[in-house]
Structures are given as structure tokens and as C-alpha cells.
Design a protein around this ligand. Structure first.
Ligand code: VG1
Ligand code: CO
Length: 569
């Protein structure tokens, strides 16, 4: 069927630069005439879309259905042969990564701003993934940005809207559109990875003393969790909550951390839930939180790596290497050393793991920002991490018939072997860009002049002493394609092995967000009291010194962070 292609004149918009994970702006910004169209045409101008298959997914947030129709119109006019679209424009980020790989698509467009709130007054986002299923690397996103600066028209075909709620294939102008079930392929994938019979056996035999609660925070993972936890593993339907995806996430902030996932935290505490978990808006983040037990993401990925053998996927294929993003604690490095595995430190953002995985050098990796995953796909994967934990707990209990092993037992055993990296992150959201830049310059000045080197700083409240051993700007050279990414965060190291990292966020949609990451390592020899202490206590002195060295409060004009994401207060 032939359809005429229309060329619509337009003018460039400022600031269409993809950040850590796609272009994220307020919905109102995307709703401006030609704004979304410009960015989508710029994607097609940066790739070779003629005759290809393209996946369209996302977290179903407000403005997604309209944008799917826009992508279909522009994509078809640019020569895309086939679109694979999640029903009702829903495919979680990990599920979309899987669909791209499974159906050998050329790439995919994901409509999500992840954990940022949704709805008419909040955020929307558009992200492009390449054929390996992972986020587009910087050379591709830079090309898109360049195109947005010179765009003068975009192409559309004229065709009736596609009904996104009907599974099946239809003809659309010169292209085909296939609407697929959002969950099916993903469930098949997870069943190949994990020991479902073992998990089910454990959960059924401990129905009364090991309760599970998953909170979807009204993001995209609800249907996935219901299918896996309730329909496949046989848990009662009361073991999932907030599992209907809503365009505005029910007015909440779909970010699985102790601050924003309070619906989970409260239910876990109130009902003595042994194993609680939550995921973010687009399903790539996870939090593991049981009664009295919180797993930091940095520990989580190290523990999964330590226990990899109980997961059939790794038992069969082996573990090739481990990795973390730079600000993530070094807990996983210690596992790599002990197991004799190669390990990597990459900049923040999942896109940096893809090359290592494609080269067969990386199997398990994570970020401190509640992102955990493996080479089964090329995105971090919330539900994967949660089922990995259930698999580990089930295996630990198989080996311990007389004593129930819970989250804290797994943590304590891990610290006994490897020591513990106390870790926390302070976020200062929506501060002024000038203030943030002045702070960065202030630290750079110390870096240049060496004025802080070998200086010792004492915490007033704890009396702890910290001597600066070095300051550097993190730069990464990709071992596979040799591309270099500079200025990925400022690191201050101390002579006791502690460190502090300062970074500007690349996912905010308003002003600047400063992140401060603190890490303090305690060796196994320090004994149980030091190893199993309260994280906020363990980090207090270092945090005080970090705030002083950076002069953060003055530069940002903030007494307190907006969110403390990674330790219990
Ligand atoms: C944040 C996190 C980073 C993560 C990114 C995308 O980026 O720090 O670790 O990869 O979000 O996650 P930034 O630049 O704001 O620090 V998601 O779940 O928002 O796709
Ligand atoms: Co996300």
C-alpha cells in the first residue's frame, strides 16, 4: 500500500541533548508543537532506518500513547519496515531490551523518564536503544543532538491511528505494526535463567514464616510481578501491591529507595514481611528490603556475584567478569578478586556495560542507584534482581534445613568473608546550576594546586580523622572501542581507603542535581560490632569531612540533602 510522505517544516529547539539515559524533560516541554517530532526525526537522521524492525516500548506514563503514534508516523515515513510495540505502549525497559535482542531488531525507542514522576505536570522521556538491546552509546546520542540543532523539517505519513490495545499484526502505510503482549517474552527469559522449582518449593514450604511483598509503585512492573510471583511461583495475590501501571504512577515518585518507596517500607514493617522488594517506573531498578533488613545496591550486586553458582544461567554459562559504575562501592571488586575474575569500573549509566558484555568479558554488574543486572540483556533489570535474591535465599535455605536463613544472615555472612563497604548517597535536587558549577570548580582548584593533599581533617562529632590521599576527575577509556569519557565525577580519596565522589546528575529535568557518594571500608578483622553497625553511624565522620572539604552547603545554599538514598536513617 502506498502512502504519501509529507514533509513538515520546523525549527530547532535548544537543549535536546540526551543525558545519562535519554532525553528527559517536563511533559509540557514535549507537548510544544514540533518538539517531540523534532527529536524523533533526529533519531532517524542519526541511524539508517530503511527496511528495519524497530521496537517501541516504555513505562506507559502520561503522553506515551500519543508519542507512540508520532513515532509510527515519522518512522514509517523514514522507511522503517516493521514496528514491534508493547500492548498499550507498555514494555518495561528490561523487557524491551529482551524483545530487541530476541527478534533481532535494529533498535528500539523507549518512552520513559524512569523513576521521575509522571503526569501532565511532571516528566516524560525518550531514549534510543541499539541492536544489542542496550542504551545508545555516546557517539550515537551525540549525533542525535547535533541533528536536533540543524533540523529544518520532519517527515510523516498520513495514516489512521493504530489501536495499541489489540494484540496482532496490522498494515500501517508502507510498514507493518505488530502489537505484542508486554510480559510473555520476558517471563520465558526469566524461566530460563533462574531455578523456579527451587524458589517455589522454598516459598510454599515457608508460606507462614517467610512472607514476600512486591511493590510496583504503580510503574510498569506490576503485570510482570503478578505473572511471575503470583501466577508462576504461586504466591498469594496479597504479596503484590500497587501493581496497576498508571500514567501518573498514582501521583507518587516511582523510585525504589527508602524515601520514595515508603508504601513498601511501611507495609514491610507493619506486617513483618521477611522479603520486600520494589521496582521503579520503567522496571530497571530494584530495592531489596525485609523487616529490619536493607540491602544497599552496592552490596546486592556483590552478593549476587558471590552466589552466582546457585543461579542456573551462571552455573551453565560461567561468570566471565564483574563490573560496577564508578560511584558504586567496591564490594563487588572484592568478590572478583577472590574468585579470580576480571573486573571493571565504568562511568555512571548502563550504556557503558554493553561493550564489555558483547565482548564476552562481563556477566554481572551494578550501580549504586538501585540498578543490578547481567548479560542476559543489555539493561539493568529490577525483576531479575529480585528473583535472583529469591533464588539465593532459596538455595541458602536448602543448605540450612534447621535454621531459616534471611536477608540479614546473607549480609552478615558476606561481611565476614569480604568486609563491609559502608555506603551512602546524598542528593541535592534542583539546586542552581551556578552554585553546582562553583562547587565543581572549587574541587578542581584543589585538584590543580594539590592544596588538600596530605591534609588531615577531624570530624567534630565523632573525632574520626581523615587524611586526603588524592583527588582526581574520573575518566574512562572503553577497553573495547577505546572511546574516552572524561569528567565523569570528582573523587577524593583518603588514606584509610575511604572515598567521596561528587557528580552532577544527567537525568534531572530542572536545574542541577548534585550527588555526593561516600564510602568507608571495614575489613572482616574489625569484628562483628564494626561490621554489622548502623550505616549512618558508620559514615557520620566521613560525611562531615566531605561537606567541609567541598564547601557544599555554602555553594548550594542547602543545609540538608533532598534525599539520602542508601542508608537507613
Ligand atoms: C541516575 C543514576 C545512574 C542511572 C541513571 C539512569 O543518573 O545515578 O546510576 O544509570 O540514573 O537510571 P544520574 O546521571 O542522574 O546520576 V534510570 O532507572 O533513571 O534509567
Ligand atoms: Co529506571
Amino acid at each position: 500500500m502506498s502512502s504519501s510522505v509529507k514533509e513538515i517544516p520546523t525549527k530547532p529547539f535548544d537543549g535536546q541533548k540526551p543525558g545519562t539515559s535519554g532525553l528527559r524533560k517536563r511533559v509540557k516541554v514535549f507537548q510544544q508543537e514540533h518538539y517531540t517530532e523534532n527529536f524523533i526525526q533526529s533519531i532517524f537522521d542519526s541511524i539508517e532506518p530503511q527496511g528495519v524492525t524497530l521496537v517501541i516500548g516504555g513505562d506507559g506514563r502520561y503522553f506515551s500513547p500519543e508519542t507512540v503514534q508520532t513515532i509510527l508516523k515519522i518512522g514509517s515515513a523514514n522507511g522503517v519496515a516493521k514496528f514491534i510495540v508493547g500492548k498499550d505502549s507498555i514494555l518495561s525497559t528490561p523487557a524491551a531490551s529482551n524483545v530487541i535482542r530476541k527478534y533481532k531488531a535494529y533498535g528500539g525507542i523507549l518512552l520513559t523518564a524512569s523513576h521521575n514522576p509522571g503526569g501532565p505536570d511532571n516528566d516524560f522521556g525518550i531514549k534510543y536503544n541499539v541492536s544489542n538491546g542496550g542504551p545508545a552509546p555516546e557517539n550515537v546520542t551525540n549525533k542525535m543532538y547535533e541533528k536536533t540543532k540543524t533540523i529544518s523539517s520532519y517527515k510523516v505519513i498520513e495514516a489512521p491511528k493504530v489501536d495499541l490495545s489489540k494484540i496482532g499484526e496490522t498494515t500501517y502505510g508502507p510498514s507493518k505494526v505488530s502489537i505484542i503482549d508486554s510480559v510473555e517474552d520476558y517471563v520465558i527469559l526469566l524461566k530460563e535463567i533462574f531455578d523456579f522449582p527451587l524458589i517455589q518449593n522454598f516459598l510454599t514450604s515457608h508460606a507462614n514464616d517467610y512472607t514476600v511483598l512486591f511493590d510496583g509503585l504503580h510503574g510498569v512492573t506490576g503485570p510482570y510481578a503478578k505473572k511471575i510471583l503470583v501466577e508462576t511461583l504461586g504466591l498469594p495475590s496479597s504479596s503484590v501491591q500497587n501493581c496497576t501501571p498508571l500514567p501518573d504512577f498514582g501521583g507518587g515518585h516511582p523510585d525504589p529507595n527508602l524515601t520514595y518507596a515508603h508504601s513498601l517500607v511501611e507495609a514491610v514493617e507493619k506486617n513483618n514481611i521477611a522479603f520486600g522488594a520494589a521496582s521503579d517506573g520503567d522496571g530497571d531498578r530494584n530495592m531489596i528490603y525485609g523487616k529490619g533488613a536493607f540491602v544497599t545496591p552496592s552490596d546486592s550486586v556483590a552478593i549476587i556475584a558471590h552466589w552466582a553458582d546457585v543461579i542456573p544461567y551462571f552455573k551453565k554459562g560461567g561468570v566471565k567478569g564483574l563490573a560496577r559504575s564508578m560511584p558504586t562501592s567496591k564490594a563487588i571488586d572484592l568478590v572478583a578478586k577472590k574468585k579470580g575474575l576480571e573486573y571493571f569500573e565504568v562511568p555512571t549509566g548502563w550504556k557503558f556495560f554493553g561493550n564489555l558484555m558483547d565482548a564476552g568479558r562481563l556477566s554481572i554488574c551494578g550501580e549504586e542507584s538501585f540498578g543490578t543486572g547481567s548479560d542476559h540483556i543489555r539493561e539493568k533489570d529490577g525483576i531479575w534482581a529480585i528473583i535472583a535474591w529469591l533464588n539465593i535465599i532459596a538455595a541458602a535455605n536448602r543448605d540450612s534445613p534447621n535454621k531459616l536463613v534471611g536477608i540479614n544472615d546473607i549480609l552478615e555472612a558476606h561481611y565476614k568473608i569480604y568486609g563491609r563497604s559502608y555506603f551512602s548517597r546524598y542528593d541535592y535536587e534542583e539546586v542552581s546550576s551556578e552554585g553546582a558549577n562553583s562547587m565543581v570548580n572549587h574541587i578542581n582548584e584543589a585538584l590543580k594546586t594539590g592544596s588538600l593533599n596530605n591534609t588531615t581533617h577531624t570530624s567534630e562529632s565523632t573525632g574520626g580523622k581523615f587524611t586526603v590521599s588524592g583527588i582526581y576527575n574520573f575518566e574512562y577509556k572503553d577497553p573495547i572501542d577505546h572511546s574516552v569519557s572524561s569528567n565523569q565525577g570528582q573523587v577524593i580519596t583518603f588514606s584509610d581507603g575511604s572515598r567521596v565522589v561528587f557528580r552532577l546528575s544527567g537525568t534531572g529535568s530542572q536545574g542541577a542535581t548534585v550527588r555526593m557518594y561516600v564510602e568507608r571500608y571495614v575489613a572482616p578483622e574489625a569484628g562483628d560490632k564494626e561490621l554489622n553497625g548502623d550505616a549512618a553511624e558508620g559514615l557520620k565522620g566521613l560525611i562531615e569531612v566531605a561537606l567541609k572539604l567541598s564547601n557544599l552547603k555554602e555553594f548550594l545554599g542547602r543545609e540538608k540533602p533532598t534525599v539520602i538514598t542508601e542508608c537507613k536513617l
